[in-house]
Design a protein around this ligand. Structure first.
Ligand SMILES: Nc1ccn([C@@H]2O[C@H](COP(=O)(O)O)[C@@H](O)[C@H]2O)c(=O)n1
Length: 324
């Protein structure tokens, strides 16, 4: 080949640029298109793998995607103005629904078991029976209190329940793009539904797996329905319940949101998974848990009370037209 032609070819950057540099240029692309990933609250073990997954999900389009999310402290805030936001269980701690004794018992149980739930020095195997103990004791107490179905909506109205900033864009965008959202919660399903209903985002694409109450003919709580769901047994529910949801079939790409390592199993029922991107909200005991979160989730959001990052990723994934 004449030297001049050879020179010309070498002047075309894609021909001589090493693969690593090409990848870096490619990744820069995502950086400018998803600038939220550069927020200082965002931690990633492997930025380029995250960006490759986001690109692959974008190429596959909205029609291949489903979103699976935990609820308490993931779609809801952990804290607001320095105060803890109540979980769905804690919303029931209202004199409308339970006695002073019930309140006392519920708070004692929370103070005993919540530190165990988030203790990084204990294994999940060690925590499992203790979580069953916590949920069982609270549910028994709630049944004894004969909670009334007709007062649940009022209790939610009176509570300080709060979805994360950006929740409306999150729910509305998923509905517009016809992407199913599976909310997989170890909280109380009836309360969860009421929270999203009162915030006007309970759209038809939302599916919920949670602990639902069972009321007698007089409208008083008599039991909880089905298999108990707690923080660390979501895999069982994913395999037996999520896997059978018709609306989730044929969507091999998953955006998963959670705040606990137990949430990582929520997508285990998705058949023929292709790409999965996991986002973990690290709300509490940040320094103690940072390492395990970075090693387990693809993206970790530290003390971020917004849905800005998931929203930006979703916008990017769904930005290619005619790709549903
Ligand atoms: N009595 C209880 C039991 C559990 N919690 C918290 O609720 C969370 C479970 O709900 P997800 O939507 O996150 O699955 C869990 O993390 C417990 O901390 C509670 O507050 N009271």
């Amino acid at each position: 080949m004449p030297v001049n032609r050879l020179k010309m070819i070498y002047q075309i950057p894609w021909i001589y640029t090493p693969a690593r540099t090409v990848l870096a240029i490619w990744n820069q692309l995502t950086k400018s298109q998803v600038p939220e990933l550069s927020k200082c609250s965002v931690l990633m073990r492997d930025r380029s793998s995250v960006e490759e997954t986001i690109h692959a999900m974008q190429r596959a389009g909205a029609g291949s995607l489903q979103v699976i999310s935990d609820f308490d402290m993931t779609l809801t805030k952990f804290a607001h103005e320095g105060k803890r936001v109540p979980t769905t269980h804690n919303i029931l701690d209202n004199r409308l629904l339970i006695s002073e004794d019930g309140t006392k018992k519920m708070r004692e149980l929370l103070n005993t078991y919540y530190p165990i739930e988030i203790d990084p020095s204990r294994s999940i195997e060690e925590k499992l029976p203790l979580m069953v103990e916590w949920w069982t004791k609270v549910h028994q107490m709630l049944i004894q209190e004969r909670i009334r179905k007709d007062l649940l909506a009022q209790a939610v109205k009176e509570s300080k329940a709060m979805l994360r900033d950006g929740y409306k864009a999150f729910f509305d965008h998923l509905e517009e793009q016809q992407i199913p959202l599976l909310i997989f919660s170890a909280g109380v399903g009836d309360i969860l539904e009421e929270v999203i209903q009162q915030n006007q985002v309970f759209h038809p694409n939302v599916h919920i797996i949670s602990n639902y109450m069972d009321f007698d003919q007089t409208g008083a709580l008599q039991a909880f329905q089905g298999q108990l769901i707690h923080t660390f047994n979501k895999r069982e529910g994913a395999l037996s319940r999520a896997a059978t949801l018709r609306e989730l079939q044929g969507r091999p790409n998953v955006l998963l949101l959670g705040d606990s390592l137990g949430d990582l199993t929520m997508a285990d029922g998705v058949p023929e998974q292709e790409h999965i991107l996991t986002i973990g909200f690290l709300n509490d005991q940040v320094e103690e848990r940072k390492e395990s979160y970075i090693n387990s989730f693809d993206i970790v959001l530290v003390k971020d009370e917004t849905l800005d990052v998931p929203n930006a990723i979703l916008r990017y994934i769904t930005s290619l037209r005619d790709n549903k």
